[in-house]
Design a protein around this ligand. Structure first.
Ligand code: NAD
Ligand code: DAU
Length: 342
């Protein structure tokens, strides 16, 4: 049994990982999370107090970080500002949390010799052309597009430097777009599902042709645990489930599964610098660690996610109006009042 420190564990993927750890292992879990707008402590409700605690604090606060890293066997670092649209509006918090926060954790891991796993994103590699058969591999050059992905790329490079220069026992994983329960309603899939529930037409940026490579959050969690248990120190592993879909396809599926005509969406002005396509080649993870996704059927996983949002309105409702107001203020919507579904 080990002591896990999970940063950002009150956010989407971190909370799914905490549930996964509690469900499938006997480890003790401490979450360090500052409870930003993106967090929802309700995602951690009901976990056994004998094995779980939530510490509210900032990963760029050296005092609290030192204390928690010192008493952990492994740090799993999820905490970050995670939303591209926000980073285009105000990059400052992204630099603070994603760069300074990661630096603060790495310094503590260096002082205390603590095993460190850094959670990152495929966006550090930039984007691929729509019709290109190529996919990202661990050898792809870094080429981030947005302030968010640039800060994630910077944090990955800090981890690599701390491994090489200071011998920190770290691994890195770069995963594609996650879906599943507990995802904030600012993100694409929950935003569209909850819009449909509210009678608002889904909104597609640009022509809706951009492609994302979808993976269920549970498959991500299993991959992360296998890297912590069996991955080689200093290595990077890409995590992806062969889930490439255009945004238009995803919205049409959501509409169909929610009983509406597949074309009841609106095209809205595009995201500046919008990455065209992400696609992950996860051969290294599969061959070295024997990982394979369990949610091979995206449509079934999406259907279960729609059901989850229908059944957990109390979880997302408090964040919905504020999120849409923020989108209006950021001018990312169609500049007119959202249209209602027929
Ligand atoms: P999220 O926005 O849902 O959650 C982030 C959490 O981190 C929140 O609970 C927030 O309060 C916390 N946090 C932010 N700054 C903090 C700070 N300074 N101190 C303490 N806590 C802080 O994000 P997510 O979608 O769950 O992403 C988690 C991680 O996974 C991020 O590192 C992200 O880059 C990475 N990632 C996300 C995806 C995806 O599809 N969402 C894919 C690949 C990688
Ligand atoms: O690839 C991994 C990344 O996936 C993570 O690193 C990020 O933290 C995570 O937010 C996600 O980034 P994206 O920018 O791909 O996710 P988002 O949910 O914001 O958007 C997904 C796609 O949908 C993207 O092409 C933009 C588009 N979109 C998004 C919203 C919110 C729309 O068309 N309409 C929308 O309303």
């Amino acid at each position: 049994m080990g002591r896990f420190l999970v940063t950002g564990g009150a956010g989407f993927i971190g909370s799914n990982f905490v549930h996964y750890l509690i469900r499938t292992t006997e480890h003790h879990v401490t979450v360090l999370d500052k409870l930003s707008y993106a967090a929802n402590p309700a995602s951690l409700a009901g976990l056994p107090t004998s094995r779980f605690e939530l510490v509210v604090g900032d990963i760029s606060d050296p005092g609290i970080v030192d204390q928690l890293v010192r008493s952990a066997d492994v740090v799993v670092h999820y905490a970050a500002e995670s939303h591209n649209d926000n980073s285009l509006f105000d990059p400052a918090p992204f630099l603070q949390s994603n760069i300074i926060g990661t630096y603060t954790l790495l310094e503590a891991a260096r002082r205390h010799g603590t095993r460190f796993h850094h959670i990152s994103t495929d966006e550090v590699y930039g984007d691929l052309a729509l019709e290109d058969p190529a996919r990202f591999t661990e050898a792809t050059a870094y080429n981030p597009s947005s302030p968010y992905s640039a800060t994630k790329a910077g944090s990955d490079l800090l981890v690599r430097a701390w491994v090489r220069s200071f011998g920190v026992a770290a691994t890195i994983s770069n995963c594609s777009n996650n879906y599943g329960p507990f995802q904030h309603v600012e993100k694409f899939i929950p935003r569209q599902i909850t819009n449909v529930i509210d009678g608002i037409r889904p909104m597609l940026y640009g022509a809706g042709n951009n492609v994302r490579d979808w993976i269920h959050a549970d498959d991500h969690s299993r991959a992360v645990l296998s890297i912590i248990e069996r991955g080689r120190i200093g290595e990077t592993y890409l995590i992806g489930a062969n889930g490439e879909r255009s945004n238009k396809d995803v919205v049409e599926l959501i509409l169909k599964q929610m009983g509406l005509p597949a074309d009841s969406y609106d095209l809205v002005p595009d995201r500046p610098g919008h990455d065209l396509r992400y696609g992950i080649d996860s051969t290294k993870l599969r061959n070295e660690l024997g990982w394979a996704p369990e949610y091979a059927d995206f449509e079934a996983g999406l259907d279960a996610t729609i059901t989850w949002y229908r059944e957990h309105e109390a979880w997302w409702r408090p964040q919905k109006a504020g999120t849409e107001a923020r989108y209006m203020a950021q001018n990312n919507t169609s500049k007119k009042a959202p249209r209602t579904t027929p």
